[in-house]
Design a protein around this ligand. Sequence first.
Ligand code: SF4
Length: 344
Amino acid sequence: MVEQEEVLRVEELRTYFYTQEGVVRAVDGASFAVKRRKVLGIVGESGCGKSVAAQSILRIVPPPGRIVGGKILYQRPLDGEKMGSAFETVDLTELHPRGPEIREIRGGEISMVFQEPMTSLDPVYTVGDQIMEAITLHQKVNRREARLRAIDMLDQVGMPRPEETVDSYPHQLSGGMRQRVMIAIALSCHPSLLIADEPTTALDVTTEAQILDLMRNLQQQMGTAIIYITHNLGVIAEMCDDVAVMYLGKVVEQADVDAIFYNPKHPYTQALLRSIPRIGQKTKKRLEPIKGIVPDPYAIPQGCPFWPRCAHVMPDLCDQVPPDYVPVAPNHSVRCHLYRQEKI
Ligand code: SF4
């Protein structure tokens, strides 16, 4: 059931890849919700299923992957107004991945910024053409109006001399400028939800800080909800209102950003936080790496998938029975046997 304040609710999503070597359960029962006008951070180690969850929402999971279970409930504006107040709930898993309805939603209402802008932009078209294509695909405007809007979007994302840059090719721009173009394309139709998949990974730290500022400012101006995917907890602290922590295809904890940083419940979240440096930390204590390695995706452990690495493992329970995802406080849920008694 989607609540009024939510733009998207993912329930028990399962996306599996059927390879010759076996089945990879990339997303295996993930549940999370994105509130309207808020930023949800999805954090976890490489291979935990963050990007596949995003691809599942947009129905662009590459073969041999496919959604095999769960729901992706999107609150679609009824009146055509992106920020309107009347909505219908659409289960995106029930749409054909190449059908007209998902093509309208993808790019127009839910858009995405990928990790590496050079591979996402077409090298033979100018950046202006690529922004205009996104605009004319989803809005009834002529080319002249689309060009004016493309220049305006480039201006909004802080591009210098947007009237000239609009006619540049991607290779003529720096990495940071190309990522600004990707953000301009993604926001050109004023989507209800923007999915940003590690958008600053390929950038240096100064440009990363500028892009984060830009996204946060545009998000506040336009009121777009964002799913921000990253492995960087520093970025989560700066960008996000709510956080979902993923481990081996499951969301193991979701809460608001303060609860995740100051009152983490799941042993994996606690271990993640102990493994990062903190500014102002006075003690000379060494950082603690998370013990063990991420298991082979073809052989995910039975029971709680974190048990081989967990300091609180309870033999004959954690390695046998998968824990339920239970609320431990309002707006705070955890998937761990330690909290079985705290159901509210
Ligand atoms: Fe650790 Fe058990 Fe909780 Fe898993 S369920 S995180 S193994 S205590």
